[in-house]
Structures are given as structure tokens and as C-alpha cells.
Design a protein around this ligand. Structure first.
Ligand SMILES: [Zn+2]
Ligand SMILES: [Zn+2]
Length: 191
């Protein structure tokens, strides 16, 4: 498993390891690197706020958290800034030890479990995976300022939304211009 950045870890030593015990934490995580997808993300240095409630259960610690963050990017059509406010609830079970009951489960569930199983590392709970997943799932891969953004005029780079309805560029090629002049002078056009 890749070693997670320390900023995402929570030391849970204050939570008694008796089923039913509960404790709440408010975390402000200043992210050391961008968190999100390539075109829109919570930029490095910004804060992800996590309101976490931990509950001791028999097999581990249950995390219920509300994640708040602001992702910033650009509209892929017109390059205007796009901001997505993230307010996402997650719930994950962190096991004290790897499960030994997999044989009882169907193969589908087993695959899912292997992928998603989170583990306590002593008292340390690493929140990076659930936080990243929650944020990535809320973000569009092609951010748009508005769903029907018309983008930019390829001639002048102006935003279609800001341009006049009849906006156009009269770019007549020089060769066509002289041909047009010839046609006007041509004998065929005389009456
Ligand atoms: Zn746009
Ligand atoms: Zn234009």
C-alpha cells in the first residue's frame, strides 16, 4: 500500500476501544498537493474541512464524516473559472485487522471488499482514500461554466455568450476579393 501523506492521518487514541463509544473530531486539512481530477481540483495549500464522528464497533472503527472543500478549475470550452463546492457525506469502516471471513461471502462481495477494505494502523486512521474518493466523485472530468456553454469564437477568441447574436468575421480572402472585382467589370455583366 502506498504510504499516505501525514496530513490525512487522525490519531484516535482518545477513543475508547469499546463497542458503542463515540468521539467527534473537526479537522482542517491543508492539502500538500492538488486533490481532484486534472482539470478541476482543490488546489495545493487550500483546506479541506472534515467533520468526523468515530464510533468503536467490534471489528474496528466506523468513520462517518462530512467533507467540505472548494475545487477550482476552468471551463473546458470558454476557460472561465469554474468553482465546485463540495459537501459530501462518507461512511467507512476501518478494521483492526484483515478480515478472515471472506470465504463466507460471494465472489462479487469479496472483490469489492478487497478493494475497499480500510485498516487501522494502531491508533492511526488514514483518511486520505475516503477524502480523495469523495472529492473526485463530485468533480466533472470536463468542467463547464454552464451546461450549454457555447465556447469561444475561433476567429477572435471572444466568448459566444458575450458576443452579438450576428457576430461574424468578414474575412474575405484576397484572391476572392480581386476575382469579385473582375466579375463586376466583366463584359458578361453588361446589359
Ligand atoms: Zn464556458
Ligand atoms: Zn469572433
Amino acid at each position: 500500500m502506498a504510504r499516505a501523506s501525514e496530513v490525512f492521518t487522525l490519531n484516535t487514541f482518545e477513543l475508547p476501544r469499546r463497542a458503542g463509544e463515540m468521539k467527534e473530531y473537526e479537522l482542517d486539512i491543508e492539502v500538500p498537493e492538488n486533490v481532484g481530477v486534472p482539470l478541476i481540483f482543490v488546489p495545493a495549500g487550500e483546506v479541506i474541512e472534515v467533520d468526523a464522528r468515530l464510533e468503536s464497533v467490534t471489528e474496528g472503527i466506523l468513520l462517518s464524516a462530512q467533507i467540505f472543500a472548494t475545487a477550482k478549475g476552468e471551463c473546458t470550452r470558454c476557460l472561465d473559472p469554474v468553482v465546485v463546492e463540495i459537501d459530501k457525506k462518507v461512511q467507512e469502516l476501518y478494521n483492526y485487522s484483515a478480515k478472515v471471513t471472506r470465504a463466507k461471502k460471494s465472489s462479487d462481495e469479496d472483490d469489492l471488499d478487497l478493494e475497499e477494505e480500510l485498516m487501522m494502523d494502531g491508533d492511526i486512521m488514514d483518511l486520505e482514500i475516503p477524502i480523495r474518493d469523495a472529492i473526485v466523485l463530485e468533480l466533472p472530468f470536463n468542467p463547464l461554466c454552464t451546461p450549454d456553454c457555447l465556447g469561444l469564437c475561433p476567429e477572435c477568441g471572444g466568448k459566444w455568450a458575450d458576443l452579438a447574436a450576428d457576430h461574424a468575421h468578414e474575412t474575405i480572402d484576397a484572391r476572392w476579393a480581386s476575382l469579385a472585382a473582375l466579375e463586376i467589370d466583366s463584359p458578361d455583366f453588361k446589359n
